[in-house]
Design a protein around this ligand. Structure first.
Ligand SMILES: Nc1ncnc2c1ncn2[C@@H]1O[C@H](COP(=O)(O)OP(=O)(O)OP(=O)(O)O)[C@@H](O)[C@H]1O
Ligand SMILES: [Mg+2]
Length: 255
């Protein structure tokens, strides 16, 4: 486990460029153990790119992204079994069955067969996919495939979770169920960095980082963001969607 004072996700002035384009532009962030931190921001703001830097799937052009105290991607092997990643495109192996997908990921995480079997039963029951073990992933519905993708990220009970739009396209009941589970994980000391376009979900995060054009233009608890928006707008801004609109519009105006 991570010591209480050590950040699970930390970055200092991290930049990721593609040619001359700055997808992530001088971002600093610290997420302590047990926190749920939400990345929000317009499409193309750099949320996925930042998550991929923490997973070690891309290297920062400047600065350093650290996961569980390890520099990524250099130390990726040292933390591979301690984090779970749910990509935006919800990658599962479509020609494998549900059970085979979990077996595959379990082996990658270095789990023994017995633990994979125990966790497969637990996690599929939690994701309400217990009766789908033998079904091929390409015959699942979109929401079922999404639950399988989350199951793959959670199988090995990782300390840190990176979830890129984990609830997109889910019905409200399933979305609520996912959030209950995220909060249970957080209570158990797990740390979650997630992205979302659902501003109501931002309310359920301990802290939120609002990204625009690769930068953090606001960061804090939902209450702090609401009060930042109120001082920009000169009126109360109770609705999180309005908070997003006020802060992104005023930042565009400032640049
Ligand atoms: N490999 C790449 N090559 C070139 N440009 C890239 C690459 N990856 C990302 N980008 C660009 O970086 C910017 C940020 O992309 P990113 O996927 O991080 O945005 P996002 O905030 O996750 O958006 P969305 O909400 O649509 O998922 C985009 O303009 C994207 O086109
Ligand atoms: Mg994205």
């Amino acid at each position: 486990m991570t010591s209480p004072c050590e950040s699970v996700f930390s970055a200092r002035d991290v930049t990721k460029t593609f040619g001359a384009f700055r997808a992530v532009d001088g971002v600093s962030i610290d997420v302590p153990a047990g926190e749920i931190y939400g990345l929000v921001g317009p499409s193309g703001a750099g949320k996925t790119t930042l998550i991929r830097l923490f997973c070690g799937l891309a290297a920062a052009t400047h600065g350093e992204a650290r996961l569980l105290g390890h520099a990524m991607p250099g130390d990726r092997r040292a933390v591979e079994s301690r984090f779970g990643y749910m990509p935006q495109e919800k990658a599962v192996y479509r020609d494998l069955s549900v059970g085979e997908n979990l077996l595959f990921f379990g082996q990658i995480y270095g789990m023994d067969r017995q633990r994979i079997a125990r966790r497969t039963t637990e996690i599929l029951s939690l994701m309400r996919l217990g009766d789908r073990v033998r079904q091929r992933a390409d015959s699942l519905s979109g929401g079922e495939r999404q639950r399988l993708s989350l199951a793959c990220a959670l199988l090995h009970e990782p300390d840190a979770l990176l979830l890129d739009e984990p609830t997109i396209g889910l019905d409200p009941a399933l979305r609520a169920q996912f959030w209950d589970h995220f909060h249970a994980l957080s209570k158990g000391g797990r740390t979650i960095l997630l992205s979302t376009h659902y501003l109501l979900e931002a309310e359920r995060c301990r802290r939120v980082g609002l990204m625009q054009a690769g930068r953090f233009i606001a960061e804090g608890t939902p209450a702090e963001l609401r009060s930042a928006a109120a001082s920009r707008a000169g009126r109360a801004v109770p609705d999180m969607e309005d908070v997003f609109l006020v802060l992104t519009a005023s930042s565009e105006g400032a640049s």
